[in-house]
Design a binder for this molecule. Structure first.
Ligand SMILES: [Cu+2]
Length: 376
């Protein structure tokens, strides 16, 4: 039988514990309130370049684009706007006549995106987007990137290209609330990835800290319908294998939202492979071939093909135009990747036809089932 003394001791202990719990809970709430203030930009030093619009869907099985944790913690993933958005920076001239392009990139690692219905994934992003903004300059421009680490872990920006060692973003990791300004000349012309280079690298890259950096030649490439595609994926169960694959982050996005292009018009795709964990990735185009400029560092194509395979960090420029209107697939020719989201459609429209009858080529969106019975 329990004595009165033991009962008193237990009661006192319970009171002490509940008080401690209440104090701890309040600290917990205060901590998150502070974190929330940070998220709202109260403790952020400097501004950041505009991202692109917000994209949300209902979380449809094949279109898992919901991206939120709470109402105030939106993550911006808009594959439509990302596709044709180029950030030329804040531009000004120095006394010697050279052009400076100033960009601001803010890293954060506290956001969560619903990558598939019910599967929430902690994404790490530059300027709240995956991929980060596409930075674009002309060969010879002075690039200035104001980097702000608004996250909870050290980060950096490593840009591919030619620059000084101290601008390489490898040994100077920037701690939370830290800032660093990268400066280098845009050389050589081509298409490059930029990404965080803090270890463990696969963790910082696979969570989303990357983007595309384009250096145009001084004599510009011919006018074209230009777009950017990053091949990426997400390992949502942390077994170092991807569960979802995509171009521009959202699995199957361009299957449901075909990319409209014009018949006979030159299309130029800046393609970068940032896929972590898998050895290769590739890009196959249906009903057509493209001129392939590996790394984009030459004005002369190296191959005329419908298929290119890349390891992580490799990139290329693809140029093509369609002879015939209709819808054409593009996808990884690694079937597993295509079936897990890396597949999309080009919808080729005949502008002349559209103008004549006032309709669009939307009939090409219809899926026709052709009977196998040839006897009828
Ligand atoms: Cu990082």
């Amino acid at each position: 039988m329990m004595s009165v003394r033991v009962i008193v001791v237990v009661a006192v202990a319970a009171a002490v514990l509940s008080t401690a719990f209440a104090v701890a809970s309040q600290s917990f709430i205060d901590f998150f309130a502070t974190a929330q203030d940070d998220k709202l930009g109260k403790n952020t030093v400097g501004g950041h370049t505009a991202g692109y619009g917000l994209y949300e869907t209902s979380g449809d099985v094949l279109d898992p684009a919901n991206s939120y944790t709470t109402a105030s913690e939106k993550v911006i993933i808009d594959p439509d706007k990302y596709l044709r958005s180029f950030n030329y920076g804040h531009v000004f001239k120095l006394a010697d006549g050279s052009t400076v392009r100033e960009f601001t990139l803010v890293a954060d690692d506290r956001q969560t995106m619903e990558i598939s219905p019910g599967v929430f994934y902690n994404i790490w992003a530059f300027n709240g987007t995956i991929p980060g903004p596409t930075l674009r300059a002309t060969e010879g421009d002075l690039i200035r990137i104001n980097f702000i680490n608004n996250g909870t872990k050290p980060h950096s920006i490593h840009t591919h290209g030619i620059h000084k060692a101290e601008m390489d973003g490898v040994f100077e990791t920037i701690n939370p609330k830290g800032k660093f300004t990268y400066e280098f000349y845009a050389e050589a012309f081509g298409v490059y990835p930029y990404h965080c280079h803090v270890t463990p690298l696969e963790e910082h890259i696979s969570h989303g800290l990357y983007g595309v950096y384009i250096v145009d030649p001084k004599t510009p490439r011919p006018e074209a319908d230009e777009m950017v595609m990053i091949m990426n994926g997400f390992d949502t169960d942390f077994d170092t294998e991807n569960n979802f694959y995509a171009v521009n982050t959202i699995p199957f996005y361009y299957m449901h939202h075909p990319i409209e292009i014009q018949k006979d018009k030159l299309v130029r795709v800046y393609l970068v492979n940032m896929l972590e964990f898998d050895q290769i990735n590739n890009f196959h185009l249906h009903g057509n071939l493209y001129q392939l400029y590996r790394s984009g560092t030459s004005m002369a194509p190296s191959e005329y093909t419908d298929m290119v395979t890349m390891s992580q960090g490799e990139r290329a420029i693809l140029e093509f135009n369609y002879k015939y209107p209709g819808q054409y697939m593009f996808h990884a020719h690694k079937t597993e990747f295509a079936e897990k989201g890396w597949v999309g459609l080009f919808l080729v429209k005949d502008l002349a036809e559209t103008q004549l009858d006032g309709s669009s080529s939307s009939r090409f969106l219809e899926t026709k089932t052709i009977s196998g019975d040839v006897g009828t």
